[in-house]
Design a binder for this molecule. Structure first.
Ligand code: NAI
Ligand code: MG
Length: 376
């Protein structure tokens, strides 16, 4: 039987279309007589605003909900910077899509052993003996907490800079269900490793009420449903220190709420030392998750933006976007072996010195993409 995967491809703006073209080339090398990819390409961000007046249309949102996975590159640029804000601006397209898909878990792998090993050695601000063997994934809760809570602020806030704001408040709340689902997903990811990775759950249970609930619910969920997974609670501030002094001791699944996860996942990026090689995945569950009320959704995007100053020059680094294909294979398409093949090919090419200028190389975007395809 032929397996067919529906992939929504959203190149977006700036360098987005250039890096996406290379990722699609890599994806297509995995087509066989038994496996086909049905690619549907659509607009999002600035290019969608220009064409339709909206940062993302209802039709594209629906296409995302009907797909097996979404590949997203980047949106935004100076052309749209001042004209539009919030949900109407280019990045609003991505926010709306994330909301429609309810992709509550954002995963950022950080490894100094797999694809980025030679890059980490050269570009990391950390000494080699600190980062050697680092291998973890940050799972950030991405649909709740302080970023989505009620906001109370002076109504004239819009004129920021001209007035004094006397007080403001952000509600930082979580429900049991919101914590439970991301705890489960973290444990599922831990179980994909043999032996299972530990789950290291971050909070500030010493000062925050929402953190006390977080700790209780994570504890109960993992003890009851995943007794084979080791759980460690770690205060978020000390986790940040440990990530800089002994990151290997955090190897495993680092589970955090929206705010702590935002900070720690950016800090994790500093270990490798460059944006051009870091993929991310956003999920509402994994295939086979019995608690899912919808089909599993996954959106895969590099951690960098649209880099408008280098757009159109064929010098953008396509590696982060290509590693998103590996993440998509791993988490949405049940293709772990193929995910590792992509990562091995990337490592081989980067180790050979074939790199774009951001990695002090001389190769173009298309040359790096072609070399990775050839290595496959
Ligand atoms: P950026 O990630 O686009 O660029 C930061 C720096 O890294 C720049 O020097 C850029 O040239 C370089 N860079 C980024 N990706 C690269 C790649 N693949 N290869 C080589 N060099 C690369 O972030 P910045 O400059 O803050 O934002 C630029 C635009 O991108 C803005 O309009 C911003 O709103 C948007 N943006 C979009 C995001 C998204 O679509 N998720 C995320 C971050 C920014
Ligand atoms: Mg951030």
């Amino acid at each position: 039987m032929v397996k067919s995967h529906n992939i929504l491809v959203l190149p977006g703006d700036g360098i987005g279309p250039e890096v996406m073209a290379e990722a699609v080339k890599v994806l297509e090398t995995f087509e066989t007589s038994e496996r086909k990819f049905q690619l549907r390409q659509e607009l999002i961000g600035g290019c969608s605003i220009d064409a339709t007046g909206k940062s993302v249309t209802e039709e594209v949102k629906q296409a995302a909900l009907n797909s097996d996975a979404v590949l997203f590159a980047a949106v935004g640029g100076p052309k749209w910077d001042n004209a539009r804000r919030g949900l109407d601006g280019p990045e609003g397209g991505l926010l709306q899509l994330r909301k429609a898909m309810d992709i509550y878990a954002n995963l950022r792998p950080c490894s100094a052993t797999s694809p980025s090993a030679s890059i980490a050695k050269e570009f990391s601000p950390f000494r080699e003996k600190i980062i050697d063997g680092v291998d973890f994934v940050v799972v950030r809760e991405n649909c709740g907490g302080a970023y989505f809570g009620r906001k109370v602020e002076d109504p004239t806030y819009e004129n920021m800079g001209l007035i004094d704001i006397l007080s403001a408040m952000d509600e930082w709340g979580y429900s049991e269900e919101e914590i439970k689902r991301v705890a489960r997903l973290s444990a599922e990811i831990a179980l994909r490793h043999d032996p299972p990775w530990p789950v290291i759950s971050l909070d500030k249970a010493n000062v925050l009420a929402s953190s006390r609930l977080w700790r209780r619910v994570v504890e109960k969920t993992i003890a009851e449903e995943y007794p084979q997974v080791k759980l460690v609670h770690q205060l978020a501030d000390s986790a940040s220190l440990i990530m800089a002094t002994n990151p290997r001791s955090l190897n495993g699944v680092i589970l955090a709420d929206n705010t702590f996860g935002d900070m720690l996942s950016d800090q994790a990026g500093s270990i490798v030392g460059t944006l051009g090689v870091l993929p991310s995945a956003s999920l509402n569950g994994l295939p086979g998750d019995k608690n899912l009320k919808t089909r599993p959704y996954g959106l895969y995007e590099p951690t960098h933006g649209s880099a408008p100053t280098i757009a159109g020059k064929n010098i953008a680094n396509p590696v982060a976007m290509i590693l998103c294909v590996a993440q998509m294979f791993r988490y949405s398409l049940d293709m772990e072996r193929e995910a590792q093949q992509v990562e091995d090919a990337v490592r081989k090419v980067l180790d050979s010195g074939l790199r774009t200028p951001d990695l002090r190389g001389k190769s173009s975007t298309t040359e790096v993409g072609d070399a990775i395809v050839a290595a496959l």
